[in-house]
Design a protein around this ligand. Structure first.
Ligand SMILES: Nc1nc2c(ncn2[C@@H]2O[C@H](COP(=O)(O)OP(=O)(O)OP(=O)(O)O)[C@@H](O)[C@H]2O)c(=O)[nH]1
Ligand SMILES: Nc1nc2c(ncn2[C@@H]2O[C@H](COP(=O)(O)OP(=O)(O)OP(=O)(O)O)[C@@H](O)[C@H]2O)c(=O)[nH]1
Ligand SMILES: [Mg+2]
Ligand SMILES: [Mg+2]
Lengths: 275, 291
């Protein structure tokens, strides 16, 4: 005996709510999505899931190219984010991609604060065949940035990627430091940096929204790298970020090796979310 | 504040003697929203709301509080109790060697926390030895060595040898040379990586630690129950250290971990500097979670 249609639908909404909430989509966006689908008056369970997937894909689709296509070299990428999310490792992965394309890549060690941060980036630079610009520990990150961009221009490098120290978005003085690094790049040449990528940890919950918002206020973001998707976290907060702040997800980090970086694709992301 | 939001939800409340079921339901919808926004796990929220509902229905409205304030008071009491009720001390033995194994997901703050803990215990008069058992992350050993130097605590390293062998050798060195505390910094790993979880199980079997501490990022969302649950099931944990509470994360992951694994939260990381380690107080986190 099958349950009456009304009751089945109630359980379906609860099931969908649970899938979305446990994926870190957050209560507000989840409620919006459920109400939107309910208003579409779809009748079967399959149609509900299809409607939800379609609505999610609509939100997540961003028409930008992964990498800027019209720019004057070098392509300068500033990488930012809170502590431990995967910035340094993601930079290694990006550098690897550009190196495989035959580009000359320079990495700038602008994390002059954390223990062994420069050593860590140095190991990666060697592994992917990139050059490293670094100063003494405790030196001014903006000075490293300035040196790096001068070197990149002088050496006609194809790509310059700047690694910065992890910082919680609520620390105003550290956000000011980031502003200063960006300003220094702009002073070297007004169109720099062409890319500013925020790295988010896929295991982070609702705080990722606050991170994106406050980093965006300090330095205009051109994209997000969502790292650690090889775990069990779904990274659903990306939906809320896309919906409310419009910063596009460009890359997905799927492991600790330098090849573990995938291009973001809305369809694949949404179906993984709803699994 | 949460009390204001509940008050707004209860604005149709006529002053009666008892909290009615309808009033409680309206109030708890606000509480549920607050907990989900604070990253408390979906299932944990469901059970928690059920518990509070039972406690609240039929209670006399206290003359000193508004019904909204009263509901918040019940919620806070339940939260504090669920978070362990009080502080929880790190296990320490006066006469045996104390070995602390530090584990967790990638980037949670293990290496930094290991050094913070070494400094804290040294200040208490202990003689700690830090152990560099992360042989995978580039410059992981250097990172621990630099931190050890900062606090004048020796760091035992054997380069990229088997972490089980490193841990065993460190314990032997500690016994020979009179260290009373050993802190093993392990590599970050996924709870679903069987080989890496096996490595932890082998380290644990080899050194029989006094404590197996899960270092968890306070920014963690719904995934906290998966990670903590698996670490507890596969390895066994005796305590949890919540890091990065100096930010504005509400820290609901703490409730999820405690509710699902029963593991007590003992300490919290409140900054990048080596002194930024404090005792965990459940009432402070309860207030923070409720926003
Ligand atoms: N499983 C997994 N681990 C990752 C991924 N990206 C980075 N990690 C790991 O996360 C940890 C932190 O990575 P880092 O690159 O040092 O992070 P960070 O943001 O530079 O850290 P700070 O500079 O200290 O703020 C390391 O153990 C990395 O191997 C990923 O996509 N998947
Ligand atoms: N703001 C803040 N940052 C912290 C705290 N604890 C650790 N960190 C930072 O978080 C980042 C990661 O710390 P690590 O100690 O390298 O983390 P880990 O768990 O050892 O990382 P893996 O070994 O790669 O898994 C570093 O930038 C630390 O300075 C804390 O309580 N507050
Ligand atoms: Mg880094
Ligand atoms: Mg570490």
């Amino acid at each position: 005996l099958l349950p009456r249609d009304g009751r089945m639908k109630e359980e379906t909404w609860e099931e969908l709510e649970e899938i979305l909430l446990t994926a870190d989509v957050g209560p507000t966006v989840t409620e919006d999505l459920i109400q939107t689908i309910k208003a579409e008056r779809v009748s079967s369970l399959d149609d509900i899931r299809t409607a939800l997937a379609a609505r999610l894909e609509e939100i997540m689709r961003a028409e930008l190219p992964r990498v800027p296509t019209h720019f004057t070299p070098p392509l300068v990428i500033l990488v930012v984010g809170v502590n431990g999310v995967g910035k340094t490792t993601s930079i290694a992965k990006l550098a690897r991609k550009f190196r495989q394309d035959g580009q000359r890549v320079i990495l700038a060690a602008c994390d002059t604060f954390r223990a062994a941060a420069v050593e860590q980036l140095s190991v990666w630079a060697n592994r992917v065949g990139a050059e490293l610009i670094a100063h003494q520990e405790g030196s001014d990150p903006a000075a490293v940035a300035y040196d790096a961009v001068q070197a990149a221009i002088a050496r006609r490098a194809g790509v310059l990627i700047l690694d910065t120290a992890g910082r919680l978005q609520t620390k105003t003085n550290l956000m000011q430091e980031l502003l200063k690094i960006r300003r220094v790049l702009g002073k070297a040449r007004p169109d720099l940096p062409q890319e500013t990528l925020l790295v988010l940890d896929a295991t982070t919950g609702q705080n990722a929204l606050s991170q994106t918002r406050l980093f965006q206020e300090a330095v205009p973001l051109t994209g997000i790298i969502l790292a650690k998707l090889d775990g069990t976290a779904k990274g659903g907060i990306a939906v809320a970020i896309q919906k409310e702040l419009g910063v596009p997800i460009k890359w997905l980090g799927t492991g600790e090796g330098f090849d573990d970086l995938e291009s973001f694709e809305a369809g694949a992301f949404v179906s993984a979310l709803l699994t | 504040s949460l009390a204001d939001k509940i008050q707004a939800a209860l604005k149709r409340l006529r002053t009666k003697g008892k909290l009615s079921e309808a009033d409680i339901k309206a109030a708890l919808r606000q509480v549920r929203l607050a907990l989900l926004e604070a990253d408390v796990n979906f299932r944990v929220v469901k059970n928690f709301i059920g518990q509070v509902q039972e406690k609240a229905v039929g209670q006399e409205v206290l003359s000193s509080l508004t019904p909204a304030q009263q509901v918040v008071k019940i919620v806070q009491e339940e939260l504090i109790s669920l978070l362990g009720g009080g502080t929880s001390q790190l296990e320490r033995s006066q006469d045996a060697l104390n070995i602390y194994m530090i584990v967790g997901l990638q980037g949670a703050g293990k290496t930094t926390t290991a050094a913070k803990l070494a400094r804290l215990l040294a200040k208490e008069g202990r003689r700690p030895l830090l152990v560099a058992a992360d042989i995978y992350r580039p410059a992981a050993i250097e990172q621990l060595q630099i931190l050890g130097e900062k606090i004048q605590t020796p760091v035992f390293a054997m380069g990229k040898q088997n972490p089980v062998a490193i841990s065993r050798a460190a314990a032997e060195k500690a016994r020979r040379e009179g260290y009373d505390t050993v802190l093993i910094d392990t590599a970050g790993r996924l709870h679903i990586d069987d080989d890496m979880m096996t490595e932890l199980i082998e380290i644990k079997a080899a050194v029989q630690p006094t404590e197996t501490l899960l270092v968890l990022d306070a920014l963690t969302g719904q995934d906290a129950v998966n990670a903590a649950g698996e670490f507890e099931a596969k390895l066994g944990l005796t305590g949890c250290i919540l890091t990065k509470l100096d930010g504005d994360a509400r820290g609901g992951a703490a409730l999820s971990v405690r509710a699902v694994t029963g593991v007590p939260i003992k300490l919290i990381g409140v900054g990048e500097s080596i002194e930024a380690l404090q005792t965990f107080h459940p009432e402070r986190l309860a207030t923070r979670i409720l926003g």
